[in-house]
Ligand binder design. Structure first.
Ligand SMILES: [Zn+2]
Length: 372
């Protein structure tokens, strides 16, 4: 059955999402919901301080906790190693604290024990925490595939004091990833493409409403949020943008799927300088390309260019660290992007259209910068 014949709609999400300043102080209360045997997998940067903090918080309780420092890469070997460390404990709950790779490894360990999964991101830079999958790499950092789980995390727990104090580039990159949500949901809705719930179903009314809220929140509050978080302040604007970057964006991608913006983000990594940028930074440029390929009105483009210029997301090849990109380079990116999600656009997309879109995104970005 083709997707246009499928009228079944479906929804997937984490069971609980809790976000607040100093919320990690309540970690004991949060894990006790799921059991008394807790395995913590923690990023190297936070390992010592959080272990000390948690040992004090669990003092006098009958919870058994095992702490392990994450090895740095989400590989099959690291998943096995961590599963082994947790073996004597046979955890009821696995808590992953850190960046995407730590969270993904924790999700796999939890799945191995059929334990509850608690995910605690330490940056608000992507939509990954809410998702029920892990991206697996080789030890050399080569992406080898995704492992899908029966369920999304049981709890996504955010301590916004930590997120507000992380380097500002992460929050800004998260805004780039979040702004792709509505633009990509819209393309999927127009083409009635399958979402990422199980093997794929139609999008719900809920996801379109969430995608719109995500877009409006970031555009309305992103600049103020950046100003505050740059000073380590955690204002309501910062809290709102963190929710958009993490919850709204995460629900959007799972329940409607990706489109052109993420195709560009994946394709552009064939150029080495771009591979070193943050995911949300390359996604942001991809949004501009997708809109140009779609023939979006200039007002919609200008609104995004304005925002990107204000918060520091890339709008030109220079911003992408490829000021001297050749025609051959850009054609390579366009070709590589065809392996991703362009097929969800409501019309056929070919590499020539993508090439023109990438070039034009840079032309508009340069023109705007020159005019200033
Ligand atoms: Zn993304």
């Amino acid at each position: 059955m083709s997707m246009t014949e499928c009228t079944t709609r479906a929804w997937g999400s984490p069971s609980r999402y809790i976000q607040g300043r100093f919320e990690l102080e309540n970690i004991r209360k949060h894990t006790e919901v799921y059991g008394k045997r807790v395995f913590f997998l923690i990023d190297v940067f936070f390992y010592k301080s959080l272990r000390e903090k948690f040992e004090a918080l669990y003092a006098g309780s009958d919870t058994q906790a095992v702490y392990e420092q994450f090895g740095g890469q989400c590989t099959a070997e690291e998943i096995l190693r961590c599963t082994d460390v947790a073996k004597a404990l046979t955890p009821d709950v696995v808590v992953g604290i850190g960046g995407g790779k730590t969270m993904d490894t924790a999700k796999a360990v939890a799945d191995n024990y059929h334990a509850a999964t608690v995910i605690v991101p330490t940056t608000a830079s992507t939509d990954a925490p809410a998702m029920g999958l892990s991206v697996i790499y080789t030890a050399e950092g080569e992406h080898i595939g995704a492992r899908h789980y029966r369920k999304n995390p049981d709890l996504v727990l955010l301590d916004t004091d930590i997120l507000a104090k992380a380097p500002i580039r992460f929050l800004v990159a998260g805004m780039g990833d979040a702004l792709s949500t509505y633009i990509e949901c819209r393309a999927n809705e127009l083409s009635a493409s399958p979402n990422y719930v199980n093997s794929g179903y139609r999008a719900t009314i809920a996801v379109m409403a969430i995608a719109r809220a995500c877009h409006e929140t970031v555009l309305k509050k992103g600049v103020q949020a950046k100003l505050a978080a740059e000073k380590g302040l955690c204002t309501k604007d910062v809290e709102d943008v963190i929710e958009a970057n993490t919850l709204l964006s995460g629900l959007g991608v799972q329940n409607a799927s990706c489109a052109g913006a993420h195709s560009i983000a994946e394709g552009i990594t064939v150029l080495e300088p771009c591979a070193r940028l943050l995911h949300g930074e390359v996604v942001a440029f991809g949004i501009l390309v997708q809109l140009i390929v779609e023939g979006a009105p200039r007002e919609e483009l200008d609104e995004l260019y304005d925002f990107f210029e204000k918060v520091g997301l890339p709008t030109t090849f220079e911003d992408l660290k490829i000021p001297n990109a050749s025609e051959a380079d850009i054609r390579k990116v366009a070709e590589a992007s065809m392996h991703s999600y362009w097929d969800v656009e409501p019309f056929a997309v070919n590499p020539q259209m993508v090439y023109d879109g990438i070039m034009m995104a840079n032309v508009l970005g340069m023109e705007r910068k020159a005019a200033r």
